[in-house]
Design a protein around this ligand. Structure first.
Ligand SMILES: [Mn+2]
Length: 301
């Protein structure tokens, strides 16, 4: 398939700066390798980010505006039969990319690879950082303010799987439980092995859907290996596990219809470690997407 990279240069979803610079850097690095098309969206430089501790809705309107534009463009390109690859940016941009995929492909499953579950609502968030809310918004669990641009089906929690979670806020746990989304923690990965977890995830997200959206947050990887993220969490997946996830995704590309790689923060990176890992993931996914034939997809029924 033809691929289209959407750089989502935003860090409005988190009080720490730098994720907005991630896509420019990665897209620059990719130039030597990537011959496909790309579009870059950058947050308005005039915006003064809210950092007020008591603000539970930090940059809500600016994020909605950014995502509305990103969403429209991704929808258009999916209709033109491009395979979309969104490079973040903080994870709030995935509300646009995942719902754009759902807008065109309608019945979509979702695999959210992340240290966090990103299942907060405006009522439960501790920080007011909206990058902690996107998955709930995508699953239609409250947060409708964050998806006004989307007229269409949401992605069902029953067809959504989180992999690698190890940091869930107390009240967020209830949201996760009520929603019915499936969570595989880093403990589960240690116990069952990453391949078994991926098999289960693809079965759940692929069940009677027209394809799977993958949203990959680099903070799932242990910060020793990938320190260049805004909110690192210890005890992450190992480099070997990350490589296995990649291999698995490449092997199952026929089931994947859209892809995000988010939360690379160049200001936090050490010796370009995270940048190299991000490039490696992107290079493999891009190649696999280019080799993908649109007609291959069959749902798990
Ligand atoms: Mn995330």
């Amino acid at each position: 398939m033809r691929t289209m990279i959407f750089g989502a240069g935003t860090d409005l979803g988190v009080h720490i700066d730098g994720a907005s610079l991630g896509p420019v850097q990665l897209m620059n690095d990719l130039k030597a390798f990537y011959k496909g098309e790309s579009m870059l969206f950058e947050q308005d430089k005039e915006i003064i980010k809210s950092r007020n501790l008591s603000d539970r809705r930090k940059n809500e309107y600016e994020i909605e505006k950014f995502n509305t534009n990103l969403y429209k463009n991704i929808v258009e390109k999916i209709k033109e039969e491009y395979f979309p690859i969104m490079i973040g940016g903080d994870h709030s941009a995935a509300i646009a990319s995942a719902l754009a995929s759902a807008k065109v492909n309608i019945d979509v499953g979702l695999i959210w690879i992340d240290a966090h579950t990103d299942y907060n609502t405006f009522e439960t968030t501790v920080t007011g950082n909206i990058h902690g809310l996107p998955l709930a918004a995508i699953n239609g669990y409250k947060n409708q303010e964050l998806r006004y641009f989307h007229q269409g089906k949401i992605i069902q929690p029953s067809k959504t799987v989180i992999i690698g979670a190890r940091s869930i806020d107390e009240k967020e746990k209830d949201n996760v439980r009520y929603s019915g989304v499936t969570v595989f923690s880093t403990e589960d990965i240690k116990e069952k092995g990453i391949d078994a977890i991926m098999d289960e995830a693809f079965k759940i997200a692929g069940f009677k859907t027209k394809g799977i959206h993958i949203s990959y947050d680099l903070d799932v990887i242990d910060p020793e290996i990938a320190p260049g993220v805004s909110i690192p969490e210890f005890d992450g997946i190992t480099e070997e596990e990350a490589m296995k996830i990649n291999e698995y995704l490449v092997k199952h590309m026929k089931d994947i219809i859209s892809f995000d790689l988010v939360e690379f923060n160049p200001l936090r990176d050490i010796e370009r470690k995270t940048e190299q890992i991000a490039l490696n993931i992107l290079a493999q996914i891009i190649r696999a997407a280019e080799n993908k034939k649109k007609v291959e997809y069959k749902s798990y029924e």
